[in-house]
Design a protein around this ligand. Structure first.
Ligand SMILES: C[S@@+](CC[C@H](N)C(=O)[O-])C[C@H]1O[C@@H](n2cnc3c(N)ncnc32)[C@H](O)[C@@H]1O
Length: 270
């Protein structure tokens, strides 16, 4: 089945908010991932669709070389800035669609895709990732819960506000039609196993976070469907509406959420 096509400018204008408001992966999860992959400081990591480097920076000290790749130039700009500010010289920052990346065969020990594999052309990429990995190397699909994962009244209010604002901003079509059916019909694991990967396990770590109205709006500004660029002049009104919506459920201004971070590991057979 052919891959669904996503717009390439989905995250245009979202990088600063993404970097500021996206929650870091639980350190226990990234440490466990590094251990499972046998990362000992000598290998190479490819962070595919890296955003502003949520996995790049969490894992960089366990690898000798890191490629941070994203198709959105602003995202890579932030990775470059942060690497320079931290004096890290081992990160190679590349603006490229994952499917256009030119990388040598059998080069990487770990390819990681954080909260991104579902937005990539999975059928096209699976055999390429397989080739980029050395035999015995790993692909990790890493996932994080977002603020609307849950059914607390404030979460339902945020989901409802998002629906209204996506309609108002005209971003309802940013996820191609048939997306949910496609993922159900072709789970990631099926696609990866048919390219030769072996499933090597799943790990999850539970954490918690307390949102405020401001951090909720900020998180949503970092998404592809409600970025400041997508909302344009409506951004301030949107932010005020999110605040109103959550206050109506709970005027405390504090919105706690149990969070689930997870990764699924796939191995290229040795
Ligand atoms: C939800 S963000 C994930 C960012 C980061 N990996 C993380 O773990 O938070 C999705 C990222 O995928 C990037 N992206 C989407 N499609 C892509 C593609 N085909 N090639 C490269 N990057 C892509 C977007 O620009 C965005 O930065």
């Amino acid at each position: 089945m052919p891959d669904l096509e996503f717009r390439r400018d989905l995250y245009h204008g979202a990088a600063r908010d993404y970097d500021r408001y996206r929650l870091a992966y639980a350190p226990a999860l990234t440490s466990d991932l590094a251990r499972q992959c046998g990362a000992d400081g000598s290998g190479r990591l490819l962070d595919l669709a890296c955003g502003t480097g949520q996995l790049t920076f969490a894992l960089q000290d366990r690898f000798a070389e890191v490629w941070a790749v994203d198709q959105e130039p602003d995202m890579i700009g932030v990775v470059r800035e942060k690497a320079e500010a931290a004096g890290i010289g081992t990160i190679r920052c590349l603006v490229s669609a994952a499917e256009d990346l030119a990388a040598p065969g059998e080069w990487f020990d770990l390819v990681a895709a954080g909260s991104a594999f579902h937005r990539l052309p999975r059928e096209t990429l699976a055999p390429r990732i397989f080739q980029w990995l050395r035999p015995g190397g790993c692909l990790a699909l890493v996932w994080a819960a977002g603020p609307t994962d849950g059914d607390a009244p404030w979460q339902q209010a945020v989901s409802e506000a998002m629906r209204r604002w996506r309609a108002r901003a005209g971003t309802e079509d940013r996820v191609p039609s048939g997306y949910d059916q496609d993922r159900a019909a072709r789970p990631d694991r099926v696609i990866l196993e048919s390219s030769g990967f072996e499933f090597a396990g799943r790990q999850q770590v539970l954490a918690s976070h307390e949102w405020t109205p401001g951090s909720l709006a900020g998180y949503l500004f970092g998404t592809s469907v409600l970025s400041r660029a997508a909302l344009g002049d409506l951004a301030a009104e949107f932010s005020a509406d999110i605040e109103r919506a959550v206050h109506a459920c709970d005027p405390s201004g504090r919105y706690p959420q149990p969070l689930n971070f997870a990764y699924e590991l796939f191995r290229r057979p040795a």
